[in-house]
Design a binder for this molecule. Structure first.
Ligand SMILES: C[S@@+](CC[C@H](N)C(=O)[O-])C[C@H]1O[C@@H](n2cnc3c(N)ncnc32)[C@H](O)[C@@H]1O
Length: 255
C-alpha cells in the first residue's frame, strides 16, 4: 500500500505530458491515442457492460492462482465486487479501446480475463483482432465466455497461464496485456516466456507496475532487458516496445 502511494508521488514529480517528448513515435502515440478526447460511440457498450456487472449480485466461488486480492479475503465474491475491485476501470477500458484502434493488432494475448472487461474493450477497438485470453478461475472464465459470446474473434482459455503458454509461445503476438498474477517472479517468467512471440512492432502492456515492491522490481528488470528499447510508464501500466530503429529510452507520461 505504502509502496504504491510513495511511488505515485514520485511518479507525479518525474512524469510529463507530450511536451519534451522528442521521439515522434511516442509523441504521436501520446497525442493521438493517450490524449484522444473523442467520445467514441462504442464507449456506450463499455459503459453498459460495466453497469450490468456492477448491478449483478450473483456470487462466484473464486479460484485464485495469483497472489490474491489485497482487500477481499473471502473466495465467495459477488460479480459486482469483482468488477469494482479487480476489473479494469472505465477510464483504462477506454484507453485499451483506443490502443486497439490505434495499433490495429492482428493477434492479441491477454493474461487475466476475469469478467472480460478489458477483453471486450480490445475487441471493440479493433473488431478484426484475434484475441486469446487466459483465466485461471473456471467460474470467471465461464462467466466471461457467456458474456462475450457475440464477439467472434475471442478465444477464452481456462487454466493456469503456465499450462497454456507452452502452446502459445511459438505464435506471433502484436499486443500482449499482462493483467494477472502480479508477483515479481511470475511477471518476469511470463515476460521471458513470451519474448519470442514479439516482433519489431509488438507492444507489451504490464498492469499494476507499482502494486508492490516486487512488481516495480520486475518492471525495472524488464526496462533493462537488451531487447527492450522504448518503455512508457503511465504509473498504472508499463508499455514496452522492441523497435530496433529507436534508441533505448524510458518515458514517464501522465495519462
Ligand atoms: C486483475 S484480474 C484481470 C482483470 C481483467 N483483465 C479485467 O479487465 O477485468 C486478474 C485475473 O488473473 C487471474 N489469474 C491470476 N493468476 C493467474 C494464473 N497464474 N493463471 C491464470 N489466471 C490467473 C485471476 O483469476 C484474475 O481473474
Amino acid at each position: 500500500m505504502w509502496h504504491a502511494v510513495i511511488s505515485y508521488f514520485k511518479f507525479l514529480f518525474s512524469s510529463t505530458n507530450q511536451h519534451g517528448v522528442h521521439s515522434p513515435f511516442v509523441y504521436h502515440l501520446v497525442t493521438q491515442c493517450f490524449y484522444d478526447q473523442t467520445v467514441y460511440k462504442d464507449y456506450s457498450k463499455l459503459i453498459s457492460y460495466r453497469e450490468q456487472l456492477l448491478q449483478n449480485d450473483q456470487v462466484i466461488s473464486i479460484t485464485d492462482l495469483g497472489p490474491g486480492s489485497k482487500t477481499q479475503p473471502s473466495n465467495q465474491r459477488q460479480v459486482s465486487t469483482i468488477a469494482k475491485t479487480s476489473g479494469t476501470p472505465l477510464k483504462r477500458s477506454k484507453l485499451l479501446y483506443r490502443l486497439a484502434q490505434y495499433f490495429r493488432p492482428q493477434n492479441v494475448l491477454e493474461l487475466g480475463t476475469s469478467l472480460g472487461i478489458s477483453t471486450q474493450a480490445i475487441a471493440l477497438g479493433n473488431p478484426d483482432t484475434q484475441i486469446t485470453s487466459i483465466e485461471g478461475c473456471p467460474k470467471l472464465s465461464a462467466f466471461a465466455k457467456e458474456s462475450l459470446q457475440n464477439h467472434k474473434h475471442i478465444t477464452l482459455l481456462t487454466g493456469d497461464f503456465n499450462s497454456h503458454l507452452p502452446d502459445l509461445n511459438h505464435q506471433v503476438f502484436d499486443f500482449i496485456f499482462f493483467d494477472g498474477n502480479h508477483t515479481k517472479s511470475a511477471t518476469l517468467g511470463y515476460f521471458e516466456t513470451l519474448l519470442p512471440t514479439a516482433h519489431n512492432d509488438t507492444v507489451f502492456i504490464f498492469d499494476d507496475i507499482y502494486w508492490s515492491k516486487g512488481m516495480t522490481e520486475a518492471w525495472e528488470a524488464i526496462k533493462k532487458h537488451p531487447q527492450v528499447t522504448v518503455t512508457i510508464d503511465t504509473y498504472f501500466w508499463g508499455f514496452v516496445f522492441f523497435r530496433t530503429e529507436q534508441a533505448k529510452e524510458h518515458f514517464k507520461i501522465r495519462v
